[in-house]
Design a protein around this ligand. Structure first.
Ligand code: PEP
Ligand code: MN
Length: 339
């Protein structure tokens, strides 16, 4: 259930409603929108929900309504205008398309510095790079770990871009959060519920990727794990799913974009690099993602893709990334966005 407060409800009225909700054994999440504040009541679904409807007569309350969907806090009903998530000086979910770019993995100081210069010069808004890499084989390059985090942070600070990097192990959350502006949960961990819960207890934004066999409803429930622990800063990322088609690494499910935008207030971005696995397909699918209504893009860019230690075939070299950014601008404008 959600308690929709009147447009001019006072802070004292909002707090009083939250307190009453807690007294009925629900957790109260105060969600402040531009026009109105909503108190989302989450708890045991077997609870006596009808008690909440009595709140309709309390001062400052406009109405009490059920949230029909299984995901409660992520549902668009609680914030119809959509969420805007701040990541350093980048905002995801506003009018501007947010572009996060950088190498699959941090490989050396020279590599990440060159990547940072390239993506900054082309107009990206954040620098990415994996320091802890979830590789299919234990014998593949696993990332530079702590050293990689420090190199990524240094490169991002130098060029003035916030940094995004993957978190794999709940024990590393404090370390990774200390060196980055946004923590990415990869496809392989998208239903690691203890990791998601722990990420719900920090305030840093989380970039949640769709698991490779995840239905959209399951994707939403994964986001709900983070939100329900108190971290409202979640961005969803469609990165392709496994299908019978093997001509591409994954099948980029662009259906997900308009559907998720209808279901949830959380921003939705698209990763055409992992979604296709083929560098030549990254630009057309990036354009298609923006046309479909995505709030941003995650693009792998490497100064020398041929010698990359991971995901070489899908990484863009800097000149191709710069060309993509140029072609995105008129498209973004055509769909009422900016770059
Ligand atoms: C990545 O972003 O480099 C990555 C490993 O992505 P995914 O989890 O989507 O495979
Ligand atoms: Mn990668």
């Amino acid at each position: 259930m959600i308690v929709v407060m009147k447009a001019h409800a006072t802070e004292a009225e909002i707090q009083a409603v939250a307190k009453m909700v807690e007294e009925l054994d629900y957790n109260a999440h105060i969600i402040r929108g531009i026009e109105r504040t909503v108190v989302a009541c989450v708890g045991d679904e077997r609870g006596e929900q009808h008690q909440l409807t009595h709140l309709e007569s309390v001062a400052g309350v406009e109405r009490v309504m059920p949230v029909v969907r299984s995901f409660k806090l992520a549902s668009r009903e609680v914030r119809p205008e959509g969420s805007r998530i701040k990541v350093g000086n980048m905002e995801i979910g506003g009018k501007r398309i947010a572009v996060i770019a950088g190498p699959c993995a941090v490989e050396s100081e020279a590599q990440v510095e060159a990547a940072a210069d390239a993506v900054k010069a082309a107009g990206a808004h954040a620098l990415r790079g994996g320091a802890f890499k979830p590789r299919t084989s234990p014998y593949s390059f696993q990332g530079m770990e702590d050293e990689g985090l420090r190199l990524l942070e240094k490169a991002g600070r130098r060029v003035g871009l916030p940094v995004v990097t993957e978190i794999m192990d709940p024990h590393d959350i404090d370390l990774v959060a200390a060196h980055s502006d946004m923590l990415q949960v990869g496809a392989r961990n998208a239903q690691n519920f203890s990791l998601l819960r722990r990420l719900g207890r920090i305030k840093k934004p989380v970039l949640l990727k769709r698991g490779m066999s995840m239905k959209l409803e399951e994707f939403m429930m994964a986001a709900e794990y983070i939100l329900s622990e108190g971290n409202p800063n979640v961005v969803l990322c469609e990165r392709g799913i496994r299908t019978f088609e093997t001509a591409t690494r994954n099948t980029l499910d662009l259906n997900a974009v308009p559907l998720l935008k209808e279901w949830t207030h959380l921003p939705v971005i698209v990763d055409p690099s992992h979604g296709t696995g083929i560098y030549k397909m990254v630009a057309p699918m990036a354009l298609a993602a923006i046309a479909a209504g995505a709030d941003g893009l995650l693009i792998e860019v490497h100064p020398k893709p041929d010698s990359a230690l991971s995901d070489g075939p899908q990484q863009l070299k800097p000149s191709r990334f710069a060309a993509l950014m140029k072609s995105l601008k008129p498209l973004a404008e055509a769909v009422g966005r900016t770059l």
